[in-house]
Write a new protein. Structure first.
Length: 39
């Protein structure tokens, strides 16, 4: 695993009702994706 400073978090607020329903959730939420490269 890369060190913590090697991780880039990309939080995205999900407000689209269609996406929320597809994920079987009840309301808005924040999706966090991490972009990193293993060396």
């Amino acid at each position: 695993m890369p060190p913590r400073d090697g991780l880039i978090a990309d939080p995205v607020k999900v407000t689209d009702r269609e996406i929320i329903a597809q994920r079987n959730l009840e309301g808005e939420h924040t999706e966090v994706c991490f972009d990193f490269t293993r060396v």
